[in-house]
Design a protein around this ligand. Structure first.
Ligand code: NAD
Length: 367
């Protein structure tokens, strides 16, 4: 058997590029939650703590840590950031006279903090507890009347991001697996983005490598602290990629499928990624060689499919509630608003891609 390719650590090709970095203050490590009061004092005196109902205990602990610096908890964060939830949070924030927010949770809670910041300019501290990466992006997806709209605005970027590995120890193995694959998707698409650049590519390779090593270890032993550390680090790096360059077919497809069929975000990414990579493979050979190398695999698409299998993630859209009868509609929706992709969008091939993802077949680069 041939050795896997070695990761390429620098781009030597002479190439003009634009790098759009976003300023962020990042605190990373274990036990870092102890620094949250100090961070609130940098931004305000009256913090509103945000969480989902499922993480209210962690939110209460955080509010207790903040003592007088916390004016209350709003624990109704919901996936896909429904506008009606944001309106209730705004009301609570006004009534409590909050002067900053502290969002503790995954992408759903981060989304709520961003939605509040968009409307009020309240400074934000975000404490991510999944690997979604939203905290590093100027992107906000909101839903209203069943439609999901995405906006890009630097107003939604958090002032401080505080990563505490300890808070991720409770993330169940199955969620860790799909959330980690969601993060890998950001790095993969960054490597072949229209505005890709050597700096982001370096970050992307390091992100994929960290996550590909960490996720199987977490699934084998959920309290493997070193693996948790690596996964959160890889998630941060992948979030930087998502915030810095434009995404292609994979992200657009997941956005469409998630919004139209109410599919869970991270699981949808996990299932679609190997197929979207296979679709783009021939148009993105150098990027795909780097993905394969970072995964320690011979082939990017198969390597991603195998990784999802090894970490026990679902690999079929039919297993997360998408009806087979909707494959044709999904393909049409994916083409409705054209966007840049390394391989031009081909309706018949995209339908075949979705059909393979629906049934859980391995990816096919000849698609
Ligand atoms: P999530 O935030 O909905 O979390 C999933 C569930 O896991 C929730 O019940 C949550 O409370 C729970 N949870 C989170 N961390 C936990 C922990 N450490 N221990 C125990 N339970 C925990 O899921 P997600 O995948 O992180 O985020 C998905 C949302 O984020 C979607 O709405 C998606 O559109 C958005 N998102 C946005 C961006 C962006 O850049 N705008 C990027 C990625 C994701």
């Amino acid at each position: 058997m041939q050795e896997p390719l070695k990761p390429i650590v620098s781009d030597s090709a002479m190439q003009n590029f634009v790098y759009n970095g976003h300023a962020a203050r990042v605190i990373f490590g274990s036990g870092t939650l102890a620094r949250v009061a100090e961070e609130v004092r940098r931004l305000g005196r009256r913090a509103l703590v945000l969480s989902t109902p499922q993480q209210i205990d962690q939110a209460r602990h955080l509010a207790a840590t903040l003592g007088d610096l916390s004016v209350g908890i709003f624990a109704e964060a919901t996936m896909h950031t429904p506008v009606e939830v944001t309106e209730r949070a705004l009301k609570a924030s006004r009534e409590l006279d909050a002067d900053c927010t502290v969002a503790l949770g995954g992408g759903s809670t981060t989304g709520l903090g961003k939605a509040i910041a968009l409307r009020t300019d309240l400074p934000q501290i975000v404490i991510p507890t999944t690997y979604a990466g939203s905290e590093m992006t100027p992107i906000l997806g909101e839903t209203q009347d069943g439609a999901k709209k995405t906006i890009r605005n630097v107003k939604v970027l958090p002032e401080t991001v505080l990563y505490d590995v300890d808070l991720t120890m409770s993330l169940p193995a199955s969620l860790s697996a799909s959330s980690g694959m969601n993060a890998i998707a950001h790095s993969v698409e960054a490597l072949y983005a229209e505005d890709s650049n050597p700096v982001v590519s370096l970050i992307a390779c390091a992100g994929i490598e960290a996550l590909a090593k960490a996720l199987p270890a977490i699934v084998a032993k959920a309290d493997d602290r070193e693996a948790r550390w690596q996964a959160l680090y890889g998630a941060w790096l992948s979030g930087i990629c998502l915030g810095a360059v434009g995404m292609g077919l994979h992200h657009k497809l997941c956005h469409t499928l998630g919004g139209a069929f109410d599919l869970p975000h991270a699981e949808t990414h996990t299932i679609v990624l190997p197929h979207a990579v296979a679709y783009n493979q021939r148009a993105t050979q150098p990027a795909m060689a780097r993905v394969a190398a970072a995964l320690g695999a011979r082939d990017a698409a198969t390597g991603l499919y195998d990784l999802a299998g090894r970490i026990g993630a679902k690999r079929a859209l039919r297993d997360i509630g998408m009806p087979e009868a909707d494959i044709q509609r999904a393909a049409e929706m994916a083409l409705a608003n054209p966007y840049w992709n390394p391989r031009p969008l081909d309706g018949a091939a995209i339908k075949r891609l979705i059909a393979r993802a629906w049934s859980g077949d391995p990816p096919d680069a000849a698609i």
